[in-house]
Write a protein that binds this ligand. Structure first.
Ligand code: HEC
Length: 244
């Protein structure tokens, strides 16, 4: 609600100004009417239409004729026609209703709500797409990622799931050293993807396809390959065959 305080304040100001304008206008009109009327004149009858248009009949034009002429053309002192004033008041009323509806009660679909709804829809669509995309990766089409964002994702997956057995720097422990050129199950991205996906359960390496989706496996496999040649301290002895 905090973010709307300014708007509520603004709307209140607009409402106040609107009320002041209406009151002042009505008062002025009332006073002017009183001043311009001859108190002894008989009350004149006028139709709603002439009230609405505010036009003086032709025969009364000399009453409102101003005392100057331009080449014989006289100016009439017509007040702003009532229909125009009604239009003006209706815009004030519209503004007040609009302000309350959209900014105070916030029932209306204002920009910020519209934005949030759209973002939520897009987020959902993105999730669906990512799921589809993630599942489209398999051991035949998987490729190595080198982008910083992908590798950061990979490092997070590694830290959460793999450190316990492979060490924080890939130096190895229960599991083999991942920083050297020696691999038991092959050292290409496709080999790693396959090993991580299906695991080597009989040797203590879990099949990760139940915990991670193919995209996550691709990320962590790409990340593991950045360990190559880092020679961390206390590295486990090489296992498997050397893959140049
Ligand atoms: C419970 C311990 C454990 C965890 C957790 C673990 N691994 Fe392993 N991992 C192993 C063992 C043990 C092996 C060796 C399997 C063998 O001897 O065939 C291995 C092998 C591997 C290999 C093959 C290494 C080679 O030389 O071919 C890769 C790649 C690998 N793990 C990646 C991962 C990744 C990625 C994670 C986290 C998502 C992970 N491991 C989590 C125990 C673990």
């Amino acid at each position: 609600m905090n973010e709307y305080i300014l708007e509520i304040w603004l709307v209140s100001c607009i409402v106040m100004i609107g009320i002041v304008i209406v009151v002042v206008t009505l008062q002025l009109k009332y006073i002017l009417n009183k001043l311009s009327k001859d108190p002894n004149a008989p009350a004149e009858k006028s139709s709603w239409w002439s009230n609405f248009t505010g036009l003086k009949p032709m025969e009364k034009e000399k009453d409102i004729m101003m005392n100057h002429s331009h080449d014989g053309i006289y100016e009439l002192d017509n007040p702003t026609p009532p229909w125009f004033m009604y239009l003006f008041y209706s815009t004030i009323l519209f503004g007040i209703i609009y302000g309350f509806y959209y900014h105070v009660y916030q029932d209306g679909n204002i920009q910020i709500t519209e934005y949030k709804t759209d973002m939520a829809v897009a987020e959902k669509a993105r999730d669906v797409y990512m799921k589809k995309f993630a599942n489209s990766i398999n051991e035949n089409n998987v490729s190595l990622s080198k982008g910083a964002k992908e590798l950061t994702e990979g490092s997070q997956i590694y830290l959460t799931n793999c450190v316990a057995c492979h060490g924080d720097k890939g130096q190895g422990g229960v599991g083999p050293n991942l920083t050297d050129k020696f691999w038991i199950h092959g050292g290409g991205i496709k080999d790693l993807f396959k090993t991580i996906t299906h695991g080597v359960p009989e040797k203590g390496m879990i099949a990760w396809n139940k915990t991670l989706n193919p995209l996550q496996i691709q990320r962590v496999a790409s990340y593991i390959l950045t360990f190559q040649g880092t020679k961390p301290p206390m590295a486990k002895e090489p296992q498997g065959i050397e893959i140049p």
